[in-house]
Design a protein around this ligand. Structure first.
Ligand code: ADP
Length: 437
């Protein structure tokens, strides 16, 4: 409309100028054409301007013009900016989504229809030994060599998870494949090494307990059979009954230790404010050991009169008595046994049981506190051992914030240290309070 007005005005001006010169028609035409040419040039300049902006990086604002080109550039820029904002939002959501998957404790691997890696989180990369960036777009079966995984992926039957060893054979992985979209696959991985280990330990434990109980039970059943079918002389009968009692004692000791372990595992740690006199606990345990040794070993006890420990008396008694009983059982007659209380410079302390007994070869030391681990099974059983003693000692130490440390040399003897942290201990003035015994 405005352009038309300009043409009319141009023509009128041309008419006026032409009339003065006596060329009215030429004036109208020239005036009109002049204005049209001006409009065409202006519009082509504006069009070029917009085109230049569109060809550029689009980060500057669009050229501002009046009229048609102005509206065109305004609408173009608006549509563009709306798209950009949408794309940015989508990108942010994708990044958020990926970082949520990245935070997952499980591995997530996305494969395209050709089993090429689209994306994987760092857990999956670690599980499969991949590099999330470098290995993108690589066929996963070229990189993950586990035959179990490759066969599972190629079989196309993904109902169940498959279990296989991780890249260095140190871990066990459980892998679940879920197809999605057009032939794409989501591979979910989980490190089940710890779960497998616990499960194996549970199986071993049940097998061990069954075995430990079945052996004396078979012996007792045999004796019952003997008693009920054979006519035995009184001394023979007494001997059989004594052997039966020995076996039932063994079962009782085993069940007792199992219950102690179950209690230790299933109850909260002892309170940190129930103070016990260590001298009293040590004295009680040593008198048990003196009875067991029946004078075969000198047993020396020293220290602890100034020590108070926050803990459970029955638990500490059980731990110390176990260490002393072992010292008696694994030290030949005449050997020396010592129990000492030693303060450490950091305020902690240790209860040390030293014997001059048979000792333990170095390779057994790390496993001694495992349940049912024995260096010499028959010696342990013959002396009334259950194989659970040191497992109980370790538990008690941990429940009191401490550790058990074992040093030993075959033929020379062993040293067992029950170490306690400073926060469980209190040192008292000997002159103020005599030690309760
Ligand atoms: P056990 O009931 O068999 O003694 P423990 O858990 O108390 O079970 O001890 C585990 C094993 O450690 C024992 O079978 C024994 O071989 C060894 N052991 C423990 N204490 C001593 C010790 N003082 N001297 C030598 N060997 C020991």
């Amino acid at each position: 409309m405005a352009a038309l007005m300009l043409v009319v005005i141009g023509s009128l001006v041309g008419l006026l100028v032409g009339a003065i010169a006596g060329q009215a028609v030429t004036g109208v035409l020239a005036g009109g054409l002049f204005v049209v040419a001006g409009i065409v040039m202006r519009d082509s300049w504006r069009g070029q301007n917009l085109m230049g902006w569109l060809r550029g990086p689009l980060d500057e604002p669009a050229p501002r013009h009046a009229g048609f080109w102005g509206e065109l550039s305004y609408r173009t820029e608006k549509a563009l900016r709306t798209r950009e904002a949408q794309a940015r939002q989508e990108r942010d959501r994708l990044a958020q989504f990926l970082s949520a998957i990245e935070a997952s404790p499980n591995g997530v691997l996305m494969l395209d229809a050709d089993d090429q890696i689209d994306w994987c989180n760092s857990v999956a990369a670690e599980h499969f030994g991949l590099d999330p960036e470098r290995d993108r777009r690589q066929r996963v079966t070229n990189l993950v060599r586990s035959p179990a995984f490759v066969a599972h992926l190629q079989a196309g039957q993904y109902d169940d998870a498959v279990t296989f060893a991780g890249p260095l054979g140190r871990t066990t992985l459980s892998v679940l494949v879920r197809p999605y979209g057009e032939g794409m696959k989501l591979v979910l991985t989980q490190d089940i090494t710890e779960r497998e280990r616990t499960e194996a330990m549970r199986r071993d434990f049940v097998a061990n307990v069954s075995h430990e109980i079945r052996t004396p039970l078979t012996v007792v059943a045999g004796f019952i059979e003997t008693l009920s079918t054979l006519r035995l002389s009184e001394p023979e009968r007494q001997r059989v009954l004594a052997l039966m009692a020995q076996q039932t004692d063994r079962m009782q000791a085993l069940v007792g230790d199992l219950l102690t372990l179950a209690k230790l595992e299933g109850s909260p740690n002892p309170a940190a404010d129930g103070w016990l006199s260590m001298a009293a606990v040590m004295k009680r345990a040593s008198s048990d050991a003196i009875t067991l040794s029946a004078g075969r070993h000198p047993i020396e006890v020293s220290g602890g009169e100034d020590a108070e420990l926050a803990g459970s008396e029955p638990e500490l008694h059980s731990a110390i008595a176990n260490l002393l009983h072992n010292a008696v059982r694994y030290t030949p007659d005449g050997g020396r046994i010592q129990m000492r209380w030693q303060w450490r410079a950091d305020g902690g302390a240790e209860l040390v049981v030293i014997d001059s007994g048979i000792g333990i070869a170095r390779e057994h030391l790390p496993r001694l506190t495992e349940r049912f681990y024995r260096v010499d099974g028959s010696r342990s059983r013959d002396t009334g051992g259950t194989g659970l003693g040191l497992a109980i000692v370790k538990h008690v130490a941990h429940r009191h914030g401490g550790e058990i440390v074992i040093q030993s040399e075959p033929g020379k003897g062993s040293t067992f240290k029950l170490q306690f942290p400073a926060w469980r201990l209190r040192r008292r003035e000997l002159a103020d309070k005599p030690v309760a015994a």
